[in-house]
Design a protein around this ligand. Structure first.
Ligand code: NAD
Length: 481
């Protein structure tokens, strides 16, 4: 028996979208010197939502000048005074959470259930957490008398637009830095609403500046001679270019890049719970998650049992209108990303893996990809080595714990991993041998502002979150004026 769900759409009228958006520099919304605009669309409908200013190198320079000016006074405020502003921002985020969630879902394509229950609450939690740190920086672990670095250039991706903004801006401000942030070109709107929140919180002018644009704008920011640190989250490919651009300068750098996480299931794992963890691991946020459990490593003895539970569960996932409160899997963020997912999934077919696709109906307009699983995957397949960044799971098997560890570590990435087992001793032993920054046991994709997040190898360097996330924005002793 199947249950039909009546549509339960969230109201769109809670948010008003500015048809033509300016840059946020020096505490004000100003026209870009370039005079150029680009469009941002709703990936679920392909409707144009708004025009966004394309910031040129001159605009980026104006933002850095504003941030430098603001740094002089912001860095001199006492920690508790800075905290006052950051707490205020956190509270306004809570007050305007529904508006933020709706805007994020419209611009990104993620289900409203996730933006409302995961993204926005975590965004507020990060600001609350770092507000609490602002007057306790001497305990951050960088040595005595910690000082902010100066002006920070921050570039973020489109998969968690607001959350990545929070991960970057909250610790930077708590530590006394000022920032110029560039959101991804397909998801600028929530960053611009955040700029309004900064105004509402009466944050001093120039402490936060938002410049919108694509790769060239990001490049201008990274290469600007008057920034002291670059914080980048995005693809390994762009991360490499940024590492080269920053090499030989005095700029500090943290890179949060891609991943190809192993989610390892041992034969003693509780299978029903594991199935839920697998679903969360790869189908949350359409699989647009850097730490997604995209490689499922299953002990051979339970492979068939697990798959016979997994497929019917995946058939229950509702794919469609992201604004519907019943939707589990929303739209792929852009035509370009959809093309990448198709290309990699097709390589799975060509290299001999066996494809299973959910029979869910897909909407006629917009960008969609049905939940997909590949079995018969071998370690050399592209779908086992490259980040797909979509709702596609690659399943491999193993016989012994050592084989599981070897296979899990057989990747250029090292961002996250999952272990499913009834035995605590096995979890601890395996976790100690995995080269991954974050390891979840009997759960997956859990985030908390108090815990550090970051990678090994080609997943980048530096940590965000927790005390460690502050270290990236502080140094002992000397401040740049
Ligand atoms: P991307 O690298 O294409 O773009 C990221 C950002 O960099 C965008 O704002 C883009 O405009 C900008 N950019 C592009 N070229 C640039 C350049 N030459 N110089 C400076 N900036 C430039 O990545 P994406 O497609 O937006 O995001 C997906 C990637 O992000 C995935 O690989 C994912 O794993 C990764 N990611 C990592 C984390 C993490 O914490 N490790 C979190 C989220 C996403």
């Amino acid at each position: 028996m199947t249950f039909e769900y009546a549509p339960a759409p969230e109201s769109r009228s809670i948010v008003s979208i500015n048809p033509k958006n300016k840059l946020f520099i020096g505490g004000e919304f100003i026209d870009a010197k370039s005079g150029e605009y680009f469009q941002t669309t709703n990936p679920a409908t392909e409707e144009v939502l708004a025009e966004i200013s394309l910031a040129s190198a001159k605009d980026v320079d104006a933002a850095v000048v504003a941030a430098r000016k603001a740094f002089k006074s912001w860095s001199k405020l006492s920690g508790s005074q800075r905290a006052k502003y950051i707490y205020r921002i956190a509270r306004i985020i809570q007050e305007r959470s529904r508006e933020l969630a709706v805007l994020e879902t419209l611009d990104n394509g993620k289900p409203i259930r996730e933006s409302r229950d995961v993204d926005v609450p975590l965004v507020a939690a990060h600001f609350f957490h770092y507000a609490g740190w602002a007057d306790k920086l001497e305990y951050a672990g960088v040595g005595p008398n910690p000082r902010p670095l100066g002006v920070v250039g921050q570039v973020i991706p489109w998969n968690f637009p607001l959350l990545m903004l929070a991960w970057k801006i909250a610790p930077a401000l708590a530590a006394g830095n000022t920032v110029v942030l560039k959101p991804a070109e397909t998801t600028s709107l929530s960053a611009l609403l955040f700029a309004e929140i900064c105004q509402q919180a009466q944050l001093p002018a120039g402490v936060v500046n938002i410049v919108t644009g694509a790769g060239e704008t990001g490049k201008a920011l990274v290469n600007h001679p008057d920034i002291n640190k670059v914080a980048f989250t995005g693809s390994t490919e762009v991360g490499r270019q940024i590492a080269k651009a920053v090499a030989g300068t005095n700029k500090k750098l943290t890179l949060e890049l891609g991943g190809k996480a192993a989610n390892i299931v041992f034969e003693d794992a509780p299978l029903d719970q594991t199935v839920e963890g697998i679903v969360d691991g790869i189908f949350f946020n359409q699989g647009h998650v850097c730490c997604a459990g995209s490689r499922l490593l299953v002990q051979e003895s339970i492979h068939d049992d697990l798959m016979s539970l997994l497929y019917p569960r995946l058939e229950l996932l509702r794919v469609g209108d992201p604004m519907d409160k019943n939707t589990d899997v929303g739209a792929i963020n852009s035509a370009e990303q959809l093309k990448k997912i198709h290309e990699l999934a097709n390589s799975g077919d060509e290299q001999g893996a066996v494809r299973w696709t959910s029979s869910c109906p897909l909407p006629g307009t917009g960008f969609w990809f049905a939940p997909t699983v590949f079995t018969n995957v071998s370690q050399s397949h592209r779908i086992a080595t490259e980040e797909i960044f979509g709702p596609v799971l690659s399943v491999l098997t193993f016989r012994t714990p050592d084989e599981a560890i070897d296979k899990a570590n057989n990747t250029p990435y090292g961002l996250s991993a999952g272990i499913w087992s009834d035995k605590g001793s096995r979890i601890l032993e395996v976790a100690a041998k995995l080269r991954a920054g974050v390891i979840w046991a009997n759960t997956f994709n859990k985030f908390d502002p108090t815990s550090p997040f970051g990678g090994y190898k080609e997943s980048g360097y530096g940590r965000e979150g927790g005390r460690q996330g502050l270290e990236a924005y502080l140094e002992a002793g000397v401040a740049h004026e």
